[in-house]
Design a protein around this ligand. Structure first.
Ligand code: ZN
Length: 187
């Protein structure tokens, strides 16, 4: 089932996700619905907050983006992106490399807004799968960027927080309009 995507201005986007201690039917169904919602929206990632649940749960799929490559190691072993996607990650923690690069970024909670954002070129993530197994991911390229974006969401951090002040100024009027629209819809 597709879920409505929460937009900027909805306070849930600022709530840090709660750790998931046990995978029950609710979590399994939520993950399934998040995957369907992300794919339907042509997104590369979606965090639980974006569908109204403040939990440490995110889904990703970068396999459809051919012009922005990624590399991935799963538990130390290099794997093909296509075979490893989609990813469903619980309780992730990130270690980011010092080296950064700038790249274009958008967010399903901010329709029609994109900006160049500096992110670490590579990351190491530790988390859990839906099956309750520990997973270690080393990623570069678009997947590195997407993992940083999604783990930020799980901590209540949004990509506008990572924009330079110049980039933020350039989208300020769009942001204000979106926030107003969202808040009007919630009344
Ligand atoms: Zn986002």
């Amino acid at each position: 089932m597709r879920l409505p995507i929460r937009k900027y201005g909805d306070p849930i986007l600022r709530v840090k996700g709660k750790r998931i201690e046990a995978v029950d039917e609710h979590i399994r169904l939520l993950a399934e619905n998040m995957l369907e919602t992300m794919h339907a929206a042509n997104g590369v990632g979606l965090a639980a907050q974006q569908v109204g649940e403040a939990l440490q749960l995110t889904v990703l799929d970068v396999s459809q983006v051919e012009d922005r490559p990624s590399t991935l190691k799963l538990n130390g072993e290099a794997v093909e992106i296509a075979t490893a996607m989609p990813l469903v990650l619980l309780n992730p923690t990130l270690r980011v490399a010092e080296e950064k690069d700038s790249g274009s970024e958008g967010c399903l909670s901010f329709p029609d807004i994109t900006a160049e954002i500096d992110r670490a070129t590579t990351v190491e993530l530790e988390g859990e799968t839906l099956e309750g197994e520990k997973i270690r991911i080393e990623a570069s390229g678009l997947l590195s960027r997407a993992l940083q974006h999604e783990v930020d969401h799980l901590n209540g951090i949004l990509f506008i927080d990572r924009m330079t002040s110049a980039a933020k100024a350039s989208v300020a009027s769009k942001l204000k309009r979106l926030q107003k629209e969202t808040q009007k819809g919630m009344e």
